[in-house]
Write a protein that binds this ligand. Structure first.
Ligand code: FMN
Length: 165
């Protein structure tokens, strides 16, 4: 079972989850960067609007070839109850046919279900099979606590069983 963990992260929480997954599951780690400037208060506001509208954004790498992978973890921060534009942009460029996919999102407090549902819809339409998902709350947490939460979820959800297949 060859696994990759693909993620976008603006402020480090989703990156910590992704890094922890990749380490624990011995998976390849692929960061998607948004080339739009998403820093600062005004751009936060604009970013929420972009997420709500599912606007596309310039990303690097421009797409990811999944042909060498059986299992794909895909993670995003929740923005306005939706996936971040970088992940929406990526999903529309990737062939998920025949891939098992596990979705994750980090959020301050609420709206993560919406982000998961929307990713699931779009990936399903592109031939991927969602086999699991999880949501992590990050409000008030240091990165070390985010990592501990991920380790707990890996155990609770028994995520290592997929690697043994
Ligand atoms: C533009 C923007 C919109 C956000 N919208 C939500 C939201 O709807 N619900 C929520 O709980 N947190 C929201 N957040 C907080 C992030 O989801 C949360 O801090 C997340 O862990 C950030 O992940 P990152 O550090 O990987 O970027 C938002 C943050 C930003 C910058």
């Amino acid at each position: 079972m060859k696994t990759c963990v693909i993620y976008y992260s603006r402020s480090g929480n989703t990156a910590m989850v992704a890094r922890t997954l990749a380490e624990e599951l011995d998976a390849d780690l692929i960061e998607i960067r948004d080339l739009d400037d998403r820093k600062g208060f005004m751009s936060s506001f604009r970013s929420s609007i972009d997420a709500l509208r599912e606007s596309k954004t310039p990303i690097k790498p421009e797409k990811v070839d999944l042909s060498g992978y059986d299992l794909v973890y895909l993670g995003t921060p929740t923005w306005a109850g939706k996936p971040a534009p970088a992940i929406i942009t990526l999903i529309d460029r990737v062939d998920f046919l025949g891939k098992d996919v596990i979705l994750f999102t980090t959020m301050s407090r609420q709206g993560g279900e919406g982000a998961i549902e929307r990713m699931a819809e779009k990936i399903g339409a592109r031939g991927g099979r969602i086999i699991n998902f999880f949501i992590q709350k990050t409000a008030g947490k240091e990165l070390i606590q985010v990592r501990e939460d991920t380790l707990r979820i890996i155990n609770e959800k028994d995520l290592k069983i997929y690697e043994a297949r």
